[in-house]
Design a protein around this ligand. Structure first.
Ligand SMILES: [Ca+2]
Length: 223
């Protein structure tokens, strides 16, 4: 039997169909408009999210490198106190080699600074004016007096402090190792600016780098 035999039932069915298709049209239009505004909102927030995400990755990387450096310095000084010559030309170079081997290539050693300064006691380690690596008057770029090349902070022309020399030290001597490196931010300026917004007064970040500084004082073994 044809369902449209009765005029009324066919009319009702047509109305229902129209209402159904209209509802779908309205719904799809609404959906399109909603998804359009979602896209705009996402586009607006994406740069912020991206910088935050990279900031988190950057800080994680920095912490990873910091812990590598701390571990590397520990291994290097452990090697240093034994007095072993190592495979490099000098003991100091062998100690640096140990540090480089333990930092997984994350540190550009040519830009890192590592000082080894010999002191008579742990109390005096790190006290006084900064001794530099040069050992002769001719090679000294700072002030040279009493057989030492140093940074004359108070400008009196003499060395103030008790450091007895530079280098990995001899038997039983106390050596202060100071490592400094400016870790370059991968995202550079963008991350730096975001971090500065979070901590405006901080001088922690400068020129797209974060400083890593580690100091360790050890007493050499009787070798
Ligand atoms: Ca001085």
């Amino acid at each position: 039997m044809n369902p449209c035999d009765s005029h009324t039932s066919c009319h009702n069915r047509a109305m229902l169909q129209n209402a159904f298709f209209n509802a779908i049209k309205v719904k799809s239009r609404l959906f399109r408009e909603e998804s359009g505004s979602n896209v705009i909102e996402f586009a607006l927030i994406l740069p912020v999210l991206a910088v935050m995400l990279f900031g988190v990755i950057e800080m994680a990387l920095f912490m990873f490198v910091s812990s590598l450096v701390e571990g590397g310095i520990r291994e290097a000084t452990r090697f240093g106190i034994t007095g072993q010559p190592g495979t490099a030309a000098t003991r100091a170079e062998s100690i640096l080699q140990v540090l480089e081997d333990h930092t997984a290539g994350m540190i550009d050693m040519s830009k890192a600074s590592i000082d080894m300064v010999i002191y008579p006691s742990f109390d005096e380690a790190g006290q006084g004016e900064k001794l530099t690596d040069e050992t002769t008057a001719a090679s000294c770029n700072d002030t040279f007096a009493d057989g030492k090349c140093f940074v004359d902070s108070n400008g009196n022309g003499v060395y103030d402090g008790n450091a007895s020399g530079v280098g990995p030290g001899g038997s039983n001597e106390i050596v202060l190792y100071t490592f400094e490196y400016d870790w370059p931010l991968t995202m550079g300026a963008a991350v730096e600016n975001v971090l500065k917004v979070l901590e405006p007064s901080s001088t922690f970040f400068s020129d797209g780098t974060i400083p890593i500084a580690v100091s360790v004082a050890v007493r050499n073994e009787p070798f």
